[in-house]
Write a protein that binds this ligand. Sequence first.
Ligand code: SF4
Length: 127
Amino acid sequence: MTKIGLIRCEKNEDRCPLTGCLTSLKGGVQGFAGYDAAEIAGIFTCRCPGDGLVEKAKILKSKGAEAIHFCTCAFAHKESNEWVMGEGFCDHLDGLMAQVASQAEIPCVKGSAHLPKAYQPETVAPG
Ligand code: SF4
């Protein structure tokens, strides 16, 4: 069982209640396919431009999170019922992930639900 922290962008917090993310996590599919079993440790919303995100990641870690996933809608968008890379809600996600991985010392995974075709979730290792 791997405990997962989830971070989503504030730009989507009033539109999506994380249904796809949580369903994918529970089912061990999409961004969570690499785990034998995954369980949610907690969820935070990132507020632009990411102030306090490292602290939030540390809190998730203190609640048992072994990895943090960043929601797919942060780096991809929907086009005619299909999710494609780019034009997500966050234009500096890679930098934030690198900062969180190194300063909170926890692996950060880019992706959660409905991954764009052929995209394999990238992981930023701590350190
Ligand atoms: S990745 Fe999908 S399900 Fe998860 S918060 Fe974004 S839009 Fe909602």
